[in-house]
Design a protein around this ligand. Structure first.
Ligand code: SF4
Ligand code: SF4
Length: 371
């Protein structure tokens, strides 16, 4: 969004984010303030532009409550469509809270061909000309893709911000991909010490992760890259003590942003399985570790969400490594994905199919959809 503003000659003064860990940090050399900064400007409102389309509804509600008027005092991005292209159909880990560790294997595997990726990006830009960024992941590890650098390079050509998410427990060299200067790199971690980390990042090695984090800092400095690195710390009941403190120190040392998120079970199919009292692989070991147990309580079936439209039905398109359409970023099973190519399906048809999908009805009944 910052880039788009600059393209249109709009001067961005600062950022506002509700994450306290980002407060007073710098993005593109500008300070990130907490929401309370708005108190100071009650009489002389700054013009706000929302950057995260999926959170735009909440931001709009907050701004309206605080006397800001849509159009006059803020611009909402809530109608921008978010796209995810899972360029890698595989992951090297099998974390228990992720379908890679708790679901039957999908037919999807392999990596997206670069030629297909380019065609998909071109169509995305026709479907959403205001696209601010593109995620090159969903259920796959993008750094396993042999041509990640080319994919990032193509997005640069098209002036689209590239977003990567990785476990960084990667043995092969990450240098080439990093040197393509991806804009935003999220690294998911769930501990500082191996015994804690390996419980929830199954198959991963935290020493390998740490060595890659140091390598990332080295490459960024050596080649003067502008990649913004963000550590996404998955919070469980077993990792908020010394592990958390050490990760905080590490992020300070390497000057990486730190963002903590309460871990939860994925994908939606397994949550529904649990609600329907079917067994879910690994859940027994995970439940004692989850901080938020709410989602696992069997809910009343008459959810208030039944007759609403989910944001993921109309404002999100998720594409797998074969170029096929997935129902949304939170579903995984082949049975719920569409046997339709993104390239040959119109945006209107995709949304139409999603709006009548049986799994969405179930998802809403249990109150799990994104309203
Ligand atoms: S959570 Fe991430 S790292 Fe773990 S298995 Fe899933 S995709 Fe791989
Ligand atoms: S209703 Fe549920 S399954 Fe359907 S798009 Fe929304 S989150 Fe995904």
């Amino acid at each position: 969004m910052y880039r788009k503003c600059r393209e249109y000659g709009i001067e961005v003064k600062s950022f506002i984010d509700k994450n306290p860990l980002l407060e007073n940090t710098l993005i593109e050399g500008l300070t990130v303030f907490g929401l309370n900064i708005l108190e100071k400007y009650k009489g002389k409102k700054p013009f706000l532009i929302f950057a995260a389309p999926m959170a735009a509804d909440k931001m709009e509600a907050f701004c309206t409550q605080n006397g800001f008027e849509a159009g006059k005092d803020f611009y909402s991005t809530k109608n921008i469509i978010e796209f995810l292209v899972d360029i890698s159909g595989t992951c090297n880990l099998t974390c228990p809270s992720c379908p890679r560790g708790n679901s039957p294997r999908n037919a999807i595997k392999g990596f997206m061909e670069v030629a297909l990726f380019k065609k998909i990006v071109d169509k995305i830009l026709t479907d959403e000309p205001d696209l601010p960024c593109l995620a090159l992941f969903n259920w796959g590890e993008p750094f396993l893709h042999p041509n990640l650098a080319e994919c990032v390079g193509y997005l640069k050509e098209k002036n689209v911000y590239s977003v990567l998410s990785s476990n960084m427990s990667i043995e092969k060299s990450i240098d080439n991909a990093l040197r393509s200067n991806p804009d935003w790199l999220k690294v998911s971690i769930s501990g500082y010490y191996q015994d804690v980390y390996a419980t929830t990042h199954t198959g991963g090695d935290i020493n390998l992760v740490k060595s890659n984090l140091y390598r990332i800092r080295y490459i960024i400095d050596k080649y003067r890259l502008s990649t913004k690195v963000e550590i996404r710390y998955h919070r469980y009941l077993n990792n908020m003590g010394q592990d958390w403190e050490k990760i905080r120190e590490l992020c300070q040392e390497l000057d990486f942003a730190l963002y903590d998120i309460v871990a939860y079970l994925q994908p939606l199919e397994r949550i529904l399985d649990y609600h329907e009292r079917k067994s879910v692989k690994n859940l027994e070991t995970l439940i004692p570790l989850f901080i938020d147990k709410e989602v696992y309580k069997v809910k009343n079936e008459a959810s208030e969400k039944v007759n609403t439209t989910c944001k993921y039905q109309v404002n999100q398109i998720s594409i797998d490594c074969n170029g096929k359409l997935q129902l949304c970023c939170a579903t995984y099973d082949d049975a719920n994905n569409f046997d339709m190519d993104y390239l040959t399906t119109s945006l209107q048809d995709i949304v139409k199919k999603k709006l009548v999908h049986d799994f969405c009805k179930k998802c809403k009944r249990y109150g799990l959809s994104m309203v």
